[in-house]
Design a binder for this molecule. Structure first.
Ligand code: NAP
Length: 335
């Protein structure tokens, strides 16, 4: 058995981690923390009453070191690197869900803030499982990809060898409101979200540079990525539509099937995908079609699971020598 903890247990991704870890055959929850602590998990998340009783402490590096072999940091960016640097030095494996260890230094500092743990940035492994599986098996620090980049990259990466990378890539993404975390804002106010849909930060969202950087890392292709996210009146789920120009005549579905033939958590769909079929699961569903040289790729994920917590769990499984799919949720919240 492996002792693990969650820092940021009061948040949305923290709750998903706690729920997954409750039923994991090898990971044992030994530490839960938030900014202030001094409470119990069922008080923070009443849905856990009579399911789990566990103290929640004020987050401390020393306590993580004492209790955990591996820790999930479900924290905002900047807060994560403050914890991670000391933990790694003390031999605690870290899976960080924030942006702090996802990007090259210059991409990070251009889009977020000054990096405070440059020393460990180079060794972090980008936890897009299907592309970094072998590296994760040797890692002591994993960086969970952004939710939009997860859906976008899983959809478009198989096609990069067949598209004209000198033409712009257009990514039209839609997300449920939980993607923004638990903090309230004018934008996510019920009256603004309900019966509504709108773009936010078009062409300027920080996930655009992340998508471009990872396409270049995996395929060596520098692309002009035009990323436009939208908020939709749903709690969870992300649907990403990518538009590109083909340079070869291919059968898009066959390309996807061949590329992901050994990846059990990618489902290639013959019909357009939807968010509800992946809600509550680690699956990424992908569909693609073409019209002449125009390519359309559509992928759907649960932003809180494949886009965050279940992907983090799979990274932890691999880092600890466990089977990739151990404890991973697979049954969707349907109907
Ligand atoms: N939501 C998504 O779909 C999604 C997807 C992919 C990645 N992510 C990333 O995952 C991270 C967590 O996201 P979330 O949606 O779960 O956010 P959230 O709902 O806002 O939760 C954030 C958590 O961090 C805790 N926290 C903040 N600063 C802290 C500090 N200095 N020390 C200890 N705890 C601290 C908060 O505790 P308090 O309650 O005490 O403030 C809370 O538990 C973010 O970096 C986010 O960008 C989120």
């Amino acid at each position: 058995m492996i002792n693990v903890g969650v820092v940021g247990a009061s948040g949305y991704t923290g709750l998903e981690l706690v729920k997954i870890l409750l039923n994991h055959p090898q990971f044992v929850l030994k530490y839960l923390a938030t900014t202030t602590g001094d409470t119990v998990i069922e008080a923070l998340h009443p849905s856990l009453q009579d399911v789990l009783t566990y103290p929640v402490e004020k987050a401390s590096v020393e306590a993580v070191i004492e209790h955990c072999e591996l820790v999930f940091l479900a924290l905002p960016h900047k807060a994560s690197m403050g914890f991670a640097k000391d933990l790694i030095e003390k031999g605690v494996k870290v899976v960080d869900l924030s942006a702090d260890y996802r990007l090259e230094l210059d991409t990070y500092e251009k889009n977020y803030c000054e990096h405070e743990d440059k020393e460990h940035l180079d060794e972090s492994v980008y936890a897009l499982i299907e592309y970094y599986r072998e590296d994760l098996k040797k890692a002591r620090l994993a960086a969970g990809p952004g939710c939009y980049p997860t859906a976008t990259l899983l959809g478009i990466l198989p096609f990069i060898p067949y598209i004209d990378t000198s033409t712009p890539l257009f990514v039209d993404a839609k997300s449920g409101v939980s993607g923004a975390g638990k903090k309230l804002s004018q934008t996510s106010h019920f009256v603004n979200i309900n019966d509504n849909i709108f773009a936010y930060n078009p062409l300027k969202h920080r996930h655009g540079p992340e998508i471009a950087e990872k396409i270049e890392k995996v395929h060596g292709a520098k692309m002009n990525v035009n990323f436009v996210p939208h908020l939709i009146p749903a709690t969870r789920g992300e649907l990403v539509s990518v538009y590109a120009t083909l340079k070869e005549d291919i059968d898009p579905i066959e390309v996807l099937k061949k590329h992901y033939e050994n990846d059990v958590f990618i489902r290639i769909r013959e019909k357009p995908v939807d968010i509800k079929s992946t809600a509550g699961t680690h699956f990424c569903d992908i569909f693609a079609a073409k019209n002449g040289n125009a390519l359309f790729v559509s992928s759907a994920i649960d932003n809180l699971l494949r886009g965050a917590s279940s992907q983090a769990l799979v990274a932890a499984n691999l880092m600890c020598g466990l089977p990739e799919g151990m404890g991973v949720p697979t049954v969707a919240y349907m109907p």
